[in-house]
Ligand binder design. Structure first.
Ligand SMILES: C[S@@+](CC[C@H](N)C(=O)[O-])C[C@H]1O[C@@H](n2cnc3c(N)ncnc32)[C@H](O)[C@@H]1O
Length: 492
């Protein structure tokens, strides 16, 4: 087998699947069991030759009924959508919610909102299915504003909220006025707004009938997204968005392997996801600290790169990305913030400790030292650092330059580099070795020890105390601790 094929297969196997805290990560839906409990689902379940219960993913009625019973059975949610509307898959949508949960619980940016301990989110384009507010409220008790432009979406989202009185108080469905065409707003060359203008005024501006604009497929000309929809004085912990990914219905291309529905209003916008998310970025520049985290799903990796560069250009302080794998398809999560990082970056005057350690407790049985070491390796190699894993001594030797260390400390775990340039950087950096360190590189060893079942000790030992980057050792090790705890430790 060629090297290329081996590499490709390895990468595929390493692709992240379901979030560890996702209810379905260890227990995927049991169709036969659900069919025995819910007679309305039974006709959609058949058994393949190997005896496994299956569902026909190309049948919209089957996927909708599956979503209905999963929401009812696992989340005690009453739910329905009319024919043809976009039908969400519950395990996939839960991944995005858990990723946001990770962002909110990590302390990489300062905590600011005045909502106390209550988490409040904004779901841009909540759809008829209203899936994110329903899941976020029922799983985590989060409050939501769910916005949409389409009358069908608004009517059904409201119905789905009303049908769940136990969480209805947490969710507000907000109408976004549709416009034929949105004018570029006066006061800035790129249509960005003067933040001193009142939001009411902005809404009015956006709603007026437009003179047709020279249409550019790369610019968003649709209704307001955040500016003009968020009210004065409101604060949110995050916004999220599953944007209309495509420019045309042909591009949406109706995946023959699935039938998740989706009308043109749900799936398509001029300029596609790039234009839509670019408008969210522009809005965020004006709204800045109104949200702790701005997030969106991105459907194409190329757009992820372009949007990430745009984010750095507009002066965000933090960008994080993740990959969501949905069967054969990948989607990405993009998050950014304007808030200052909570932890100081490397100071040249910190007292340097040679040895640091932390415990990982409450691990699932299926995870041992080797999984933690592999995850540690991917954490560091994605910043471009060189990593040398020894599976018999359960140690990992890491060597990094200042750029690698900055990438980890600025972006934190799972940042841009992890997705867009991990492979290139890994290749470029494998030549340096821990044993022969130039004094301006940081070298340290991570060792993992099994303490008792479910508990591991992770130790870090600095190889050269007097190297210029030794002050980065402690904050980098802290970032590793956050990353591993998020990935492996169950919430108490
Ligand atoms: C791909 S669907 C997502 C629906 C749902 N959130 C989900 O994940 O299944 C995109 C939604 O965005 C809505 N939409 C389009 N433009 C919008 C805007 N400017 N503001 C709010 N919603 C918008 C569409 O009507 C549609 O319901």
């Amino acid at each position: 087998m060629s090297m290329n094929k081996t590499k490709k297969r390895k990468r595929k196997e390493e692709r992240p699947a379901t979030h560890l805290r996702n209810k379905y990560s260890e227990n995927p839906p049991d169709f036969a069991h659900l069919a025995s409990l819910y007679p309305s689902f039974e006709p959609f379940v058949f058994f393949s030759r190997d005896g496994r219960p299956r569902v026909d993913w190309t049948d919209f009625n089957a996927t909708r009924e599956l979503t209905r019973v999963l929401l009812l059975h696992d989340h005690r949610l009453n739910w329905w959508i009319p024919d043809g509307q976009l039908c969400p898959t519950v395990p996939n949508r839960s991944n995005y919610i858990h990723w946001i949960e990770d962002l909110l619980s990590s302390d990489i940016i300062v905590k600011t909102t005045s909502n106390g301990d209550k988490v409040r989110g904004f779901d841009i384009g909540t759809g008829a299915n209203c899936i994110y507010p329903l899941l976020g409220a029922s799983l985590l008790g989060w409050g939501f504003v769910g916005s949409d432009v389409s009358d069908v979406a608004l009517e059904w989202a409201e119905k789905n909220v009303r049908d769940n009185p136990h969480i209805a108080e947490l969710i507000e469905i907000r109408k976004v006025e549709s416009v034929k065409e949105t004018l570029p707003l006066e006061g800035s060359p790129n249509g960005m707004l003067d933040s001193t203008k009142s939001k009411i005024e902005l809404t009015e501006n956006m709603e007026r009938e437009a003179v047709p604009l020279p249409s550019s497929s790369s610019t968003y000309h649709g209704p307001a997204i955040l500016l003009g929809v968020v009210k004065d004085g409101e604060e949110f912990d995050f916004c999220m968005c599953n944007p209309p990914f495509f420019e045309t219905m042909e591009e949406a291309g109706l995946n023959p392997k699935t039938a998740c529905g989706g009308t043109p209003t749900e799936m398509v916008c001029p300029g596609g996801e790039k234009a839509f998310i670019t408008r969210i970025i522009e809005d965020s520049v004006t709204l800045k600290y109104t949200f702790r985290w701005y997030t969106s799903m991105v459907g194409r990796k190329l757009n992820l790169k372009i949007l990430t560069s745009k984010l750095w250009e507009v002066g965000v302080t933090m960008v994080k990305t993740t990959e969501f794998v949905q069967g054969q398809t990948s989607r990405w999560g993009l998050a950014w913030s304007f808030l200052p990082p909570a932890k100081q970056l490397v100071s040249s005057h910190v007292a340097v400790k040679n040895n640091l350690s932390f415990m990982l407790e409450g691990l699932d049985r299926k995870f041992g030292a080797i999984h933690v070491l592999e995850s540690t390796k991917s954490f560091f190699s994605c910043s471009g650092a060189s990593c040398n894993l020894n599976t018999s001594s359960f140690t990992l030797d890491i060597t990094m330059t200042k750029d690698h260390s900055d990438a980890i400390l600025k972006g934190g775990p799972q940042d841009y580099d992890r997705v867009v340039s991990c492979e290139d950087k890994q290749e470029a950096s494998t030549s340096s070795s821990c044993l022969n360190l130039p004094s301006n590189n940081l070298g340290f060893r991570v060792s993992v020890f099994q303490q008792n079942p479910g508990t591991l000790l992770v130790k870090g030992s600095l190889q050269q105390r007097d190297c210029q980057l030794s002050g980065a050792f402690s904050p980098i090790f802290q970032r590793l601790e956050e990353d591993l705890k998020q990935k492996f430790c169950r919430r108490k």
